[in-house]
Write a protein that binds this ligand. Structure first.
Ligand code: 1PX
Ligand code: ADP
Ligand code: CA
Length: 520
């Protein structure tokens, strides 16, 4: 809270002068919160035209200024054409500076805008740069030094280029220094974070890749923090120590739902700008156990059945890039497998709300049945394929996940359910779908033996359409077990063993293991 004295102080003008912007005289002013410039209407102009135009004014929040730089004679980071223009400009106006700032555009996308001002003297120009930089240095949540991991094979294999062309230049404008590691193998980033990286020198870690790469970095950071604090994360009930570093995501993967669901778009420049201005978003991290043995953490989707089968099949088609999920999705849809088992869960308290706003009891609930999909959505899981996500109202950081159970139904009904993920219809409004907001759940598959589909004539005849994750080459019979899709990584343990238990722990502002940039 700021008192009246503090308010007055924050509105005090730190600098105010007449500058030239786009050949137009402007009155520019800076206080602790905003930088404004307003066109000055020249009297002679007014007299000659006889028309009085409303002078335009612009306002930029100091917290959204990326950086301020003197316009130099030579700027080798620019193209030849731009270099020539800069040279001409700096000869004409030798004392100019450029302010780079966040511009919000449509669909949550941000861009880095720039505005150049020329001053009457070199001293005034220096003063503007110095005073503005002083104000920026007071914004303590901004990172200065980052550790960047790039997965060069994520998504369409564009991670390295995306970073070099779209992200590094804006980091440079913001005066951020970055140590970049291009990974050479799976788990390179995780292992480096767990055992080698000197984390004290960084203000944050940046992940250039998809959800799988984010998961690697999260596992590395959590493991490192526990090791440093002598906590055994594999001990059931171990109280984990919070990690002080934030994770920024530059989307360069196949689904990128962790980025999309937190930032609202999958756009590298937008993510870079969120990172620069120091935005953060706490989020829930679930731990997944098998027979009380810790397996992995999950932040987006933990899915058995349909999404487990899609993932297991898609791994063989990595060369296809993001399209592998669509192909494997169609395949899994045609196979139409279902799995018998028992789901038990602990509903979240009433005051946390229900995804469909129904009353909940506080006892453990047990549901037996045949399921096409069991999905625990720890966040909405919104992504370009499904802009509202698997569970549109799932919360990012409330200690709960939305457990979606899709029971055995006809292909047509399942298709209708899937289709609703792509439009505004309610995907839970089907008799065979139920959704619960839970703190914990447990799944136990039945039937160690393969189970036969009741209607064999429903099975596709082509040999390619096999139950995913099984070694068989036809769809007969359906495999008894699926595997778990944990943020896009297959959990082999869960496919053959009995229990997967999910526990959420809430990470609040002071007590967090992972933070993301966001505009929420
Ligand atoms: C009829 C069209 C139906 C479209 C249904 C779209 C539902 C999409 C839900 C997406 C949930 C995503 C949850 C995110 C999980 C990610 O963490 C995880 C890893 O991400 P990464 O690769 O970036 O590392 N991604 C995934 O597991 C990928 C899941 C993608 C599932 C795509 C399913 C497509 C289904 C198409 C069925 C089409 C039936 C058509 C019949 C003629
Ligand atoms: N250099 C590398 N070579 C091979 N695999 C890698 C490399 N770096 C990371 N990985 C792994 O690639 C997998 C997928 O990465 P991700 O960035 O999520 O891409 P996608 O979204 O396309 O799945 C992750 O399991 C990650 O551990
Ligand atoms: Ca949650």
């Amino acid at each position: 809270m700021t008192g009246p004295a503090e308010d007055t102080k924050s509105q005090l003008t730190l600098l105010s002068s007449k500058l030239l912007h786009q050949h137009q005289a402007v009155e520019a002013a800076l206080n602790r919160h905003v930088f404004v410039w307003k066109e000055i209407e020249e009297k002679s102009q007014k007299r000659s035209s006889g028309i009085s135009k409303t002078p335009r004014s612009h306002i930029v929040q100091v917290s959204e200024i990326v950086g301020i730089h003197k316009v130099e004679n030579e700027d080798h980071t620019k193209s030849k054409w731009d270099q020539k223009k800069t040279l001409q400009f700096s000869q004409l106006f030798p004392n100019a500076f450029t302010v780079f700032y966040v511009k919000r555009t449509k669909n949550h996308q941000w861009r880095c805008n720039e505005a150049t001002f020329s001053c009457s003297s070199a001293e005034l120009c220096e003063q503007w740069i110095q005073v503005t930089r002083e104000q920026l240095s007071l914004l303590t949540n901004r990172p200065k030094r980052l550790l960047v991991y790039i997965n060069p094979f994520g998504g369409k294999r564009r991670g390295k280029r995306i970073y070099e062309e779209k992200v590094a230049p804006v980091f440079q404008q913001a005066g951020i220094s970055a140590d970049v590691i291009v990974t050479e193998r799976a788990n390179h980033a995780r292992d480096h974070l767990t055992t080698e990286a000197n984390l004290q020198q960084y203000d944050g870690v940046v992940c250039v890749g998809g959800d799988g790469m984010f998961s690697e970095i999260l596992h590395g950071l959590v493991a490192r923090t526990q090791n440093d604090n002598k906590v055994d994360q594999n001990r059931p009930g171990a109280e984990l120590k919070p990690c002080m570093l934030r994770i920024g995501i530059i989307p360069a993967g196949s689904t990128d739902c962790i980025c999309f669901a937190t930032v609202g778009t999958n756009d590298p420049v937008t993510s870079a700008l969120h990172i620069i201005i120091g935005d953060s978003q706490p989020m829930d991290v679930c731990s997944v156990h098998h027979n009380d043995v810790f397996l992995r953490y999950s932040v987006s989707l933990l899915g058995y059945g349909f999404y487990g089968d899609v993932l297991a099949d898609s791994e063989k088609k990595r060369w296809l890039g993001p399209a592998r999920y669509d192909l494997s999705g169609v395949k899994a849809f045609l196979c139409h497998n279902y799995y018998k088992g028992t789901v038990s869960f602990l509903p979240a308290e009433d005051n946390l709300g229900h995804p469909r706003d129904k009353m909940q009891s506080d006892e453990e609930t047990v549901i037996c049945g045949k399921f096409i999909a069991i999905n625990a959505a720890n966040m909405s899981c919104a992504c370009p394929r499904s802009p509202k996500g698997l569970s549109p109202s799932a919360h990012l950081a409330d200690g709960t996940a939305d457990l979606i159970l899709v029971r055995k139904c006809s292909r047509l009904d399942f298709f209708r359910h899937l289709l609703r993920h792509t439009n505004t219809d309610d995907q839970f409004d089907h008799s065979f779908v139920e959704v619960h907001r839970v703190k914990k759940f447990h799944f136990e598959p039945l039937d160690p033996q393969p189970l036969l589909l009741e209607n064999q004539s429903e099975l596709p005849k082509k040999p390619g359409f096999c139950p995913m994750g099984s070694a068989q080459t036809t769809c007969i019979p359906s495999a008894a077990h699926s595997s778990w899709n944990c943020d896009g990584e297959i959990l082999h343990h869960a496919a053959i063993q009995k229990n997967v238990i999910l526990k959420n722990f809430f990470l609040d502002d002071k007590d967090e293991s992972a933070k993301l940039s966001t505009d929420n």
